[in-house]
Write a protein that binds this ligand. Structure first.
Ligand SMILES: Nc1ncnc2c1ncn2[C@@H]1O[C@H](COP(=O)(O)OP(=O)(O)OP(=O)(O)O)[C@@H](O)[C@H]1O
Ligand SMILES: [Mg+2]
Length: 225
């Protein structure tokens, strides 16, 4: 199985006034394609910070973060912000905690957005197929505001999967959902990720969701009480 993600001794600190917060300390791990990693830990332990480092939203302070993608290995730790943004757009699916759907676009347009941003015109069928698989075939023409939380989260997952990216990041994707929706969204995420061979990193407070992952990483970082 090819390796998608190599993290070698990465460190991230924040400075808050004259207080220094060591959020990620000397962290190393690897993740193969088709494998999943659950990131757990109390509020403030650095789960979102880690996902933002993996997504290239934030730069690492020290260490190496290498993404193996079609076209070659990318050293995210050496890349400029502009390069990291391009990689994120092309190679990384990111399910944000609060959905981040575009309110002025329909469900179908939201799911097609990554294709539009990458000038891919060949993915319309795939968008429709994902919405069908996610039980949203009859919701394609509506705007996000009329959807339930579970439906919005399924749209966000479909959108993150559209390009079949080598790396999929999900920040508490079931955080705002009831039991039934949590199970449904978690199953869809893990199943689809395995099917298309994505490396999945999921931050979660839910022990049952964390237990569905192949590997577990428990953070206790500097900001945690
Ligand atoms: N931009 C920033 N500047 C200073 N400190 C920050 C910044 N962003 C986050 N922090 C601090 O870093 C620590 C880790 O935050 P992070 O958001 O990664 O935690 P988390 O594990 O995702 O928490 P939660 O479970 O509440 O989402 C916290 O103490 C937070 O206050
Ligand atoms: Mg968080």
């Amino acid at each position: 199985m090819p390796r998608t993600l190599t993290i070698n001794r990465i460190t991230k600190q924040y400075t808050d006034g004259d207080r220094r917060i060591d959020v990620i300390n000397d962290l190393s791990f690897e993740l193969m394609s088709g494998e999943s990693l659950a990131v757990t830990g109390p509020s403030g332990s650095g789960k979102s910070t880690l996902l933002n480092l993996l997504a290239g939203v934030l730069p690492v302070d020290k260490g190496e973060l290498v993404l193996d993608v079609p076209g070659g290995a990318v050293c995210m730790h050496d890349a400029s912000e502009r390069e990291r943004t391009a990689i994120r757009r092309q190679q990384i699916g990111y399910v944000y905690q609060f959905f981040n759907l575009v309110p002025t676009l329909t469900v179908l347009e939201n799911v097609r957005l990554p294709a539009r941003l990458n000038r891919r015109r060949d993915l319309d069928k795939r968008a429709a197929e994902l919405l069908q698989n996610f039980g949203l075939a009859d919701r394609t023409g509506v705007y996000p505001e009329v959807l339930s939380g579970g439906e919005q989260q399924r749209v966000a997952v479909a959108r993150a999967l559209l390009l079949s990216p080598p790396l999929l990041l999900a920040d508490e994707p079931t955080g705002n959902l009831d039991l039934a929706n949590t199970a449904q969204v978690a199953n869809l995420l893990f199943q689809t990720a395995r099917e298309i061979g994505v490396a999945l990193v999921i931050a979660t407070h839910n022990p049952e969701v964390a237990a569905m992952a192949d590997h577990q990483l428990h953070l206790t970082g500097g900001g945690a009480p």
